[in-house]
Design a protein around this ligand. Structure first.
Ligand SMILES: Nc1ncnc2c1ncn2[C@@H]1O[C@H](COP(=O)(O)OP(=O)(O)O)[C@@H](O)[C@H]1O
Ligand SMILES: [Mg+2]
Length: 293
């Protein structure tokens, strides 16, 4: 199993968008590469806003139980993290509604209860093994999931530390702007602290330039600066396009919103440029994960 965390302490840099589309894309590629026995992907939302869980459950406006207060009586990620006797993680997972284009969804998620997750973050402060709660859950899933993708919130807190401690690799989405670049030293310092104290094996898989608008003169300069600093760690940029944010608002991943045409030998023809870019990201993530083994 590979556990991938998406993090950046800056908000609005496409963490959630990346987590959802990467999770859906990995699920899609499992079908493509192993059509008879696709393995499963799990999306874990560690942001009390619950946007990622909301998208993969019933859509943001669908009244689903992924990211709402509706789950008040049900168990959620908060119980896994902060209960004295936490439930088994396998009992909490739910099958995601997306990717809608697959014959059967092989993407699962853990429900989020917004107030409970925010409260759990507070309760963790005085808890035993407070940084390792999520890692303990993830080890229970080793045989059940091929990939786990964790979305995080833009804050330096125990939810972020749990996510970084549980993960094997980190992807940092960065907005292609001067301010976006300025957010990277903070995240790198956090990565180093975690590597030193909590998770020696955490590896930076790459930096993902997100919401990139090449029309802006600043963008080209920032991309070049990123290239100089990170070289081979840089992923190809994801461009800013309405279809990405519209898919989010409709509660869909980009592959369900702009489905590829199936072709011979399990190949897929993507007609949407954004779906193409996210598919390239998935392929590059698979390549880098393989190279690290
Ligand atoms: N490639 C993109 N093109 C256009 N809008 C995007 C793109 N990526 C993200 N967005 C939009 O930017 C906003 C912030 O993205 P989000 O994934 O929620 O960021 P974060 O989780 O880092 O706060 C959302 O409204 C989202 O729809
Ligand atoms: Mg988010």
């Amino acid at each position: 199993m590979d556990c991938i965390v998406i993090a950046n302490q800056k908000g609005g840099v496409a963490k959630t968008t990346t987590a959802v589309n990467l999770a859906a894309g990995l699920a899609l590629y499992e079908y493509r590469l192993h059509p008879r026995q696709p393995q499963r992907v799990l999306l874990i939302d560690m942001d009390p806003q619950g946007n990622a869980a909301a998208i993969v459950s019933h859509g943001i406006f669908g009244g689903g139980n992924g990211g709402g207060e509706e789950t008040a009586s049900e168990l959620s990620i908060a119980n896994l993290l902060a209960d004295d006797n936490p439930p088994a993680v396998v009992d909490l997972r739910q099958q995601a509604r997306i990717p809608t284009l697959l014959p059967q969804s092989n993407l699962d998620y853990i429900p989020v209860n917004r107030p409970a997750l925010a409260a759990a973050a507070q309760r963790l402060v005085s808890a035993e093994a407070r940084e390792y709660r999520l890692a303990e859950c993830i080890t229970q899933l080793e045989q059940l999931y091929r990939y786990v993708v964790i979305d995080t919130r833009p804050a330096y807190d125990l939810l972020l530390l749990n996510a970084l401690t549980a993960a094997h690799v980190l992807i940092i989405p960065v907005e292609v702007s001067g301010l976006g670049m300025a957010s990277l030293p903070d995240m790198n310092a956090t990565l180093q602290r975690v590597q030193r104290r909590l998770n020696r094996n955490l590896r930076l898989l790459g930096i993902l330039p997100s919401k990139c608008n090449l029309q802006r003169s600043e963008a080209q300069m920032v991309l070049e600066a990123l290239q100089q600093e990170y070289g081979g760690l840089l992923f190809d940029p994801i461009r800013e396009r309405a279809e990405v944010s519209v898919a989010n608002t409709e509660g869909l991943d980009i592959f369900s919103y702009r489905p590829p045409r199936p072709q011979a030998e399990g190949k897929m023809a993507f007609t949407s440029p954004s779906a193409q870019e996210f598919a390239r990201l998935v392929e590059e993530v698979l390549r880098r994960l393989g190279a690290g083994r």
